[in-house]
Design a protein around this ligand. Structure first.
Ligand code: AP5
Ligand code: MG
Length: 210
């Protein structure tokens, strides 16, 4: 299955992707995680994107497209992938379509996880991640187990979140009609419990829970 998870910051894309990929047996391809790994490893790409991300701006399309298209051409993506955080602009959506079409491939679905702006700040400012495992926690909704070391993302400040939400509405939300017109769009309510959201995603994809 070739899938895209889309939704505002804090909608639960990463949380749901981690739960779904083992069931669907496809790799989780998160553009945000790839950029964060580049920053952590001190690569040229990391240096280029560090400040942009910290401020909640979007990395330029040409940089992002090159990185993600190369990733989905790797062997483990042959039978499918779950994209999280890409595409998030119209040029990125068109580049993905063109890259897939060149290999006679196409997307199966784009799942929109809907979440109101009001809940986003609380979700994001309370998020903690475990650097060792990549697990995503929340100080109130999903507290990390005792003894697990957690950190906060550099772009999880209130200021950066406001900027990320602006970018989402201005740049990313407009790609939704592009996929709707292709009949690929499936929407789920992201304001439910994580278990309920997972169940709804599997249901809109027509996958039976194993
Ligand atoms: P990215 O990493 O993609 O961040 P984002 O889109 O802002 O989304 P988040 O990761 O913040 O939220 P999420 O939806 O994954 O939520 P999560 O599951 O963690 O991008 C970061 C930056 O990288 C961008 O700003 C940009 O600079 C750059 N970038 C990346 N891709 C790019 C691209 N394609 N083009 C250009 N630039 C790009 O959940 C959030 C919190 O809520 C957690 O604490 C979680 O425990 C909690 N939670 C989740 N679900 C629930 C629930 N159902 N109920 C209660 N709490 C919940
Ligand atoms: Mg995420």
């Amino acid at each position: 299955m070739r899938l895209i998870l889309v939704g505002p910051p804090g909608a639960g894309k990463g949380t749901q992707a981690k739960r779904l990929v083992s069931q669907l047996n496809i790799p989780h391809v998160s553009s945000g995680d790839m950029f964060r790994a580049a920053i952590k490893n001190g690569t040229e790409l990391g240096k280029q994107v560090q400040e942009i991300m910290k401020q909640g701006h979007l990395v330029p399309d040409e940089v992002t497209i090159k990185m993600v298209i190369a990733r989905i051409k790797e062997d483990d993506c042959e039978s499918g992938f779950m994209l999280d955080g890409f595409p998030r602009t119209r040029p990125q959506a068109e580049a993905l379509d063109a890259a897939l079409a060149a290999d006679d491939l196409s997307l199966d679905a784009i799942v929109l996880i809907e979440a109101a702006d009001e809940v986003i700040i609380e979700r994001i400012t309370g998020r903690r991640t475990a650097p060792k495992t990549g697990a995503i926690y929340h100080i109130k909704f999903n507290p990390p187990p005792e003894g697990v070391e957690v950190t906060q993302r550099a772009d999880d400040t209130e200021e950066a979140v406001v900027q990320r939400m602006k970018k989402y509405h201005a740049e990313t939300a407009p790609i939704i009609p592009f996929y709707e017109a292709k009949g690929l769009l499936k929407s789920v309510n992201g304001l439910q419990t994580p278990d309920q959201v997972t169940e709804d995603i599997l249901s809109v994809l027509g996958v039976r829970k194993s």
